[in-house]
Write a protein that binds this ligand. Structure first.
Ligand code: FAD
Length: 470
């Protein structure tokens, strides 16, 4: 590969850079790669897959989440047209006079040689330092040197230097001699024809909803933690309360935690929390057949294909649905929990109910950081901080910048099928854009005109491409 270090040889060229390797970014990269476009996929974490890799099963089919993401992680990592760069930040994107983008990338050191590491995990076993594991949201620990995810791609170790005590145990244990304490950050420049943003969402920080006491009461957990607890790569072999390790017998879900809630500054519906709570309730009924499960909700938004049937099925399985938002949670004796809600279907009074585990169905928040890296153009965000679609009804995958496209939860909360469908939409817009920029018209259509119609405006960046109808 050309070394694109600033000031050295010319930057390597790609047709498209996809930023964020969640389900949307992986889908987009595979489709671009399959269409013959040289694609650079940049992911800031040490492995690809995004949030879907952390999930147990998916609504409404209850397919295994890692089966959905596993086929894509494997295709991305072996695709001849995809150059995957993990543990890499996009630092700056600048529009060049020829219409392309000059991108500065910062590749973080893993302190492990990617080419020689076999992912055997011997370094992990030898390391004496244990810190909370990010991917398990504090449910278990990880070592200072660790393989981020059992099913992660690439399956390579990474050394977290801020916790390292330089005991060199990992270096002695590594049979491949892959530990390299001398690695440094690498800055590279690349040139790309178009950019596709699939940077996903942030989880609502549950401690912000003070009345629910997340982080204070051990038996109040988030739905993301519950997805880990019921997942195939789960931290423990059963679902247990964090206070005493007992199996819960009476579980409550507080839907809309951090969404549709002006008290925490987020009026938007999270689109997925009704459905993922029902999914978890169904899975819990299989794992803990005698447990009572109650969902406290404002209204059930089961809007997609098969969702209403899934809702009816969840009710038929015996899950209790109680209409009314949870007002507050109090801890009682033995770390049990008292849930207060307003009975909006009955007399409108405040009702108290006792549970031994409460799951907060947390909302989805924007991840707006990417907007700051465009140096000479403005990536517009909507009033909540999601990447703004140029035209929500007619061209949802176009952004305010020509040649920059958006897919998945980067533009707003959505489920996996919608994220994948949007990735395909963004790719088709991206291919149309590249075709126009390069004057490659594959058929007798007039792409410039078609595109201007979609935008509702003419763009100065597009070359006039005379195309003769065949
Ligand atoms: C608890 C919970 C359960 C859910 N269950 C289901 C379910 O059962 N079924 C369903 O359909 N949906 C479910 N969802 C929704 C599902 O998680 C999303 O639809 C899906 O993750 C969206 O994928 P994405 O690729 O858009 O974003 P993400 O999964 O967020 O991926 C974004 C990727 O971009 C990377 N990234 C971010 N910023 C940068 C940057 N600046 N540079 C480089 N990389 C960056 C991130 O590290 C990440 O890998 C659930 C959500 C939650 C919270």
């Amino acid at each position: 590969m050309t070394d694109g270090t600033p000031g050295s040889s010319p930057p390597e060229r790609y047709d498209v850079m996809v930023v964020g390797a969640g389900i949307a970014g992986m889908e987009a990269s595979i489709t671009l790669g399959d269409a013959g476009f040289k694609t650079l996929l940049v992911e800031r974490e040490p492995t690809i897959g995004g949030k879907v890799l952390l999930l147990s099963k998916v609504f409404p089919t209850l397919d295994c989440a890692s089966c959905i993401s596993g086929t894509k992680t494997s295709r991305v990592s072996h695709h001849p047209n995809i150059d995957m760069r993990t543990y890499t930040e996009v630092e700056a994107i600048r529009r060049e006079p020829d219409g392309s983008f000059l991108v500065r990338l910062r590749e973080k050191p893993r302190y492990v040689d990617m080419a020689t590491c076999t992912g055997c995990g011997d370094c992990e076993k030898a390391c004496p330092i244990i810190v909370p594991k990010e991917n398990d949201f504090g449910l278990r620990g990880r070592k200072s040197i660790y393989i981020p995810f059992d099913t992660g791609v690439p399956k390579k170790a990474v050394l977290d230097m801020k916790n390292c005590i330089y005991c060199m145990a990992c270096e002695r244990a590594c049979p491949a001699d892959a530990i390299d304490f001398l690695q440094v950050e690498k800055v590279r420049e690349v040139r790309v024809g178009a950019v596709l943003l699939s940077t996903g969402f942030n989880l609502f920080p549950a401690e912000k909803k003070a009345a629910y006491h997340y982080g204070e009461y051990p038996n109040v957990v988030t739905a993301m933690q519950m997805d880990r607890l019921v997942g195939p790569t789960r931290p423990y072999n059963s679902v247990m309360r964090l206070s005493d390790g007992k199996e819960p017998a009476n579980i409550a879900y507080a839907l809309c935690t951090g969404s549709r809630d002006l008290t925490v500054g987020n009026p938007r519906c999270s689109q997925v929390c009704c459905m993922y709570s029902m999914k978890q309730a169904q899975l819990l009924m299989g794992i803990l057949p005698t447990a009572d499960i109650t969902l406290y909700y404002m209204d059930i938004r089961a809007y997609g294909k098969g969702f209403e049937e899934f809702y009816q099925q969840t009710k038929a399985m015996g899950v209790k649905f109680v209409r009314g938002r949870v007002a507050k949670i109090e801890e009682t004796s033995g770390n049990d929990l008292r849930v207060y809600h307003e009975d909006t279907e009955g007399r409108g009074v405040l009702v108290k109910s006792d549970h031994d585990l409460v799951v907060l169905s947390i909302g989805l928040l924007p991840n707006p950081g990417i907007a700051t890296i465009f140096t000479n153009e403005t990536l517009e965000l909507d009033e909540m901080g999601w990447i703004k679609m140029r035209n929500e009804t007619q061209s949802p995958s176009m952004t305010s910048i020509d040649g920059v496209f958006v897919a998945g939860c980067a533009s707003g909360p959505k489920d996996i099928p919608d994220s994948i469908a949007e990735a395909s939409s963004a790719v088709s817009q991206c291919i149309a854009y590249l075709t126009q920029m390069r004057g490659l018209a594959p058929s007798g259509v007039v792409p410039e005109q078609t595109r201007q119609e979609a935008n509702g405006e003419a763009s100065s960046l597009h070359r006039e491409v005379p195309v003769e109808a065949k």
